[in-house]
Design a protein around this ligand. Sequence first.
Ligand code: BES
Ligand code: ZN
Length: 872
Amino acid sequence: MKNISPAAVYLKDYTPSDYLIDTVDLEFELGETSTRVKSKLTVRENPASLSSAKKLILNGENVLLKTILLNGKELTKTDFKIQENKLIISAVPAKFELEIHTLIKPQENTSLTGLYQSNGNFCTQCEAHGFSHITYFLDRPDMMACYTTTIIADKEKYPILLSNGNLVASGSLGKDKHWVKWEDPFKKPCYLFALVAGDLERVQDEFITQSGRRVDLHIYVEKGNKHKCEHAMQAVKKAMKWDEDTFGREYDLDIYMIVAVSDFNMGAMENKGLNIFNTKYILASPETATDDDFLHVESVIAHEYCHNWSGNRVTCRDWFQLSLKEGLTIFRDQTFTEDTMSAAVARIHAVNDLRNSQFGEDAGPLAHPVRPESYVEINNFYTATVYNKGAEVIRMIQTLIGKEIFRQGLDLYFSRHDGQAVTIEDFVKAMEESSGISLEQFRLWYSQAGTPVLDIKDEYDPHHKTYYLTIRQSCPATPGQNEKLPFHLPFKIGLLNGSGEEMFETVLQVKKQVEKFKFDNISSFPIPSLLRSFSAPVKLHFSYSDEQLQFLMQHDTDLFNRWEAGTKYWVRVILDLVNDFQVKKKLQLPLGLINVFSALLQQAELDKWLLAEMLTLPSERYLAEQMTIIDVDAIHAVREFVITELANQLKQDFIETYKKNHSLNTYQFNLQEVGRRQLKNRCLDYLVHLDDFTLHEQLALSQFAVALKNNMTDTLSAIKYLTYVDSPLQGKILTQFYAAWKHDPLVVDKWLSLQAISKSPDTLDKVKLLTQHEAFDIKNPNKVYALIGAFARHNPVRFHSAKGEGYLFLTDIVLELNALNPQIAARMVTPLTDWKRYDIHRQGLMQRSLEMILKTKSLSRDVHELVSKSLQ
Ligand code: BES
Ligand code: ZN
């Protein structure tokens, strides 16, 4: 940690390593205060090296060097030096064996990077640079080697000892200890290394691959959680089968292990053969997990499983290529969800994610391209841009060249680069070669930041029965990129006639800044359904009339665009009311809106889950994204007003739909049941906005009482609003909820979040008190996300309270986290970084907080980079 500006790394400076490591033989002796690590490396000069230096430079952080042996001979102090997290060994031969003995302290490791402990068990997190927190190494993803790992530990405390690959030997050591040896036959970069040791329970199953090989499936969890693994195990098998059927990808080891740990910075990690997951993406049971949780478990499992090919077999040359594995794998897991759940709803969720997080990133001080050109701390670049926009870029390639050819391109990419560390350029070339289509201009999606804007106009010539669309594209300036070149993008459209029949569907290729498309034989002025399925990650401007939007909501054959028409309409209505609110005009709902809603509630033929999505108003975040100066108070007040008005006027319809879809059957996770629950709970969201207390009691409270111990989806829906506002029931309900679930950490997270997002005026005080509660632990990332993250990101009205206490509170938390866990500190500071989007008064307060953070001594690289960039 330093407090002068840390140095940046540049993509243009990439050079091959001077040395290669072919094999890595590790031995861990796990102790109660420290762990001894012996690492034996076979090293040789890299024929591709550009330099003639005979120096070997290894990375290492927080590791205590004990001994180095070169070809069996111990090196003396003059043979090497340690300088700024580097071990420099001078005068090494062209080929040699290096043995390094180090000491690390996993028990003191609060950064959760490298080797650390979680609830008494050992585990690792090596992406991006965790391996150099374990031993000195060439910690770069293009350094691919074969690993064997020996683990020695206390038998009783750590009966389970795991690493990558296959178990090849094991035995006892003295009275108390035992050892195991694992061998991974596949070459891998060190970021995919993993080790787990602990007293864990195992759930097992198996999978027979398409070529008939048997794969053992093991899920390890902390004691007492075995009964919550069934859903995860089914998901593993589903993902394995799907990847074979869809992309022809087969699993390659005889065993696939997953370990769920309580303390984890991220969601999950794809270590070869030994994935490590945050418990929240493995453990799921009807009484503790919501529909959303069940869904996430499936998609995160699919994601990490898919990495076995997109990331592990073919990996990244350097970290600038991160989207090569993450964008592609998000695209693959999104496709999995579309294929196995409701396709339209899956697409809606993906687009919501993109708009809620990536659009803001692209419009702010931290905007960067999908392939960044420089970074100070790579952990700051696991962003929505690299992930979600990266996935959209892959999807656009698929749309441009067609699904079948895309599949051929992917096959070519995997076979050509199997076992290699490659670049985004290699991926694009494989797609170009298989399709014969030039992606020259398309590559700009990887290098230019910012969300493009499409301004669209149409004309109809009844005489010649021709219809025209003129598309003008532009892209706002982003840091370091003032001028942008036009993008190449697929623009999927449909043309509907007045009776809702589709006259035409096509994918237009947009390449120029302004382009005019002509459509012949169009018998009447059509209603265009534009950017179907969100075929490109852009903002669209087209002056639809209210009637046209309502028409599309009912008739569009593209289900995503039905929802999208609704979203456009709600945004328009709400933003108009925000204007009224700001000039203190009396708010009134347009009659059209009520009619549209009531018509929607009657659309029985629609998939219920989709209907539930269509009945959901745009999030406060998405609404904020549409405003130049964000007015959090107005957005919140108006959105609540609209919900309450709709509830008042359509009370009977909501009650009827609620009752029709409410069921006391035991919880099942399938399309139909999720659809029913989502729809009725959406109705409940409206109904609880009514002041009618008997109704609350009848519906919400009885749903709460019945579901509390057996259905978390219903429990949370029932109490969300009562804890959201200053209801007299708030205290009682929260106490009851905690009493019922205080033994379950993941449910306690929900309990913390409920309180953090409450709109009661004293929420900040309550959040502060909760940081002292037995349930909170600042060292546990899930708890930090649940309480602090929820408050700062999902409670804009309270976080941005005009006096600025929210900012000061977050500042204190960020500084405390900075010393414990810089990655989490950096994730928590982001709500402050888009300070320029708020009014002058708030800008000043936020800026002051950022400056205070920047002045702090020992500021981590992680926080320093984000704060200094946002102040620029
Ligand atoms: N490789 C990442 C995990 C990771 C991220 C490690 C950042 C180190 C730093 C993993 O594949 C991943 O992307 N996990 C996501 C979940 C996924 C479903 C988007 C995560 O952890 O949030
Ligand atoms: Zn990933």
